[in-house]
Design a protein around this ligand. Structure first.
Ligand SMILES: [Zn+2]
Length: 445
């Protein structure tokens, strides 16, 4: 018989269809699944259950970070106060071409997952190189993931060409077929780095393997100009022509610059815009048209992008920032309510990756992926309103415990799935070597 745990919380945000919040709540978890939720005084009497007192805390579903580049924690802070194009072509690509190898990817992923678990993220959608190495760390550290392999036209650090990268995706998809926690995706990098042939090959592979596809899209005005001048199309039209929008689960990080005529193309239940508002602000890329997405019921979910362009992997901070820029940009104080916004990091995000049946909310029959937020902090006292706190007051550091499938990855702020001090020391060691190379790049500017 599976272990039964009954959690008792000050409050519980279900993220169910009605965005129900339960005060003085219980949640019964049997094995890795949720059996029941409700108010404490109506809890079932189960003799074998282990009672867990969380009356200092708020329970919510674990958060989804649907766009990141986990290993880029190793490059956090290397190029600041430059625009997107300079950042990518003058710093990131040159440094990556020299340093990105399996050991870099493993170490960077370890750091990123320590940070993610600390910040309450239980599902990450990654997009990088050497995905097999990244997958190994994800398995060790116990989060759920969409493990994505980059596909480029130009040679990449791991695969010399598109066909080899696609072969890599096939291998990965085979390895993780029916894996309980890891799904694989194919990730053509962006319209400006992928030809029509590459897009079509990726779309066909996604359909054949029945896996999601992720592609950076319409991130900057520069990209819009580039695709317009070369192909006389918008980036959205360009990927549509490459059959990308026909894949079952399509994730479109950024989606900052769709044209008015593009919206129609994005109004499809298989398509999700992944918003990375802080990265887009930091690199002066722009502000995604969230109001239009809301009006047209175009699905959107949250991501942080990599740590080199944000610079944190903190979904709470993204929600906070998105709500505020929504107010100031669209002069609309009510258009993006807290429950819907929080859903973009939980329930809606699970839909985006085809996992709505098992993930994204705290309801009977779903996986027990949840976090506990410590409400005893001064900035959360008094605890007035769950959604007001979740969007405007809570930060990643307020997460006290993170559970996946009923098992704690972090409990009372102690990481249980890795040796944190050892990982930090190794990362500092590798950074010393990267730093010398970076100085030579800076001197040549
Ligand atoms: Zn990205």
């Amino acid at each position: 018989m599976s272990k039964i745990q009954i959690f008792h919380a000050r409050s519980l945000v279900t993220s169910n269809q009605n965005f129900e919040v339960i005060d003085d709540a219980f949640m019964v978890v049997e094995g890795e699944m949720i059996r029941e939720v409700g108010t404490w005084k109506r809890r079932p009497r189960i003799r074998a259950a282990k009672e867990v007192d969380l009356t200092y805390g708020l329970i919510t579903p674990g958060l989804f970070n649907l766009h990141t580049h986990l290993p880029m924690t190793m490059l956090r802070g290397i190029a600041e106060d430059v625009d997107f194009h300079t950042w990518l072509y003058d710093y990131i690509f040159p440094v990556e071409s020299k340093w990105v190898k399996p050991d870099f990817c493993q170490l960077g992923t370890q750091v990123a997952l320590l940070e993610s678990i600390r910040f309450g993220i239980t599902y990450v959608a990654d997009m990088y190189y050497f995905s097999e190495s990244i997958g190994k760390v994800i398995e060790q550290m116990g989060v759920r993931a969409l493990l994505g392999q980059h596909v480029f036209d130009p040679p990449a650090p791991d695969f010399a060409n598109r066909d080899l990268a696609i072969e890599g995706v096939r291998k990965l998809a085979k390895k993780y077929k029916n894996h309980p926690k890891i799904q694989v995706s194919i990730n053509p990098h962006a319209p400006y780095t992928c030809s029509q042939e590459t897009l079509k090959a990726c779309a066909a592979t996604a359909k054949e393997l029945n896996i999601p596809l992720m592609i950076h899209l319409a991130e900057t005005a520069w990209e819009v100009g580039e695709i317009r001048s070369k192909f006389n199309m918008t980036p959205v039209e360009y990927i549509s022509k490459g059959n990308i929008l026909d894949v079952d689960h399509v994730l479109l990080p950024h989606s900052v610059w769709p044209s008015t005529s593009d919206f129609k193309l994005l109004e499809r239940p298989n398509v999700t815009a992944i918003l990375n508002p802080q990265c887009n602000a930091k690199l002066a890329s722009g502000i995604a048209p969230v109001e239009e997405y809301m009006k047209r019921s175009i699905r959107f979910a949250m991501g942080t992008d990599g740590a080199a362009s944000n610079n944190a992997l903190d979904i709470f901070s993204e929600l906070n920032f998105l709500a505020k820029i929504h107010h100031v940009t669209f002069k609309n104080m009510t258009g993006l309510p807290g429950p819907q916004l929080f859903s973009a990091a939980t329930r809606t995000a699970a839909e985006a990756v085809g996992r709505a049946k098992t993930l994204g909310s705290l309801e009977p029959g779903k996986m027990a992926d949840f976090i506990v937020i410590d409400l005893r902090a001064p900035h959360l006292t008094p605890f007035t309103d769950a959604y007001a706190h979740l969007i405007y007051a809570i930060r990643g550091q307020d997460v006290d415990s993170t559970y996946v499938g009923g098992k704690p990855l972090m409990k009372n702020r102690k990481i249980l799935v890795a040796d944190e001090a050892k990982i930090r020391a190794k990362a500092e060691g590798m950074w010393k070597k990267i730093r010398a190379h970076l100085h030579s790049i800076r001197r040549s500017k």
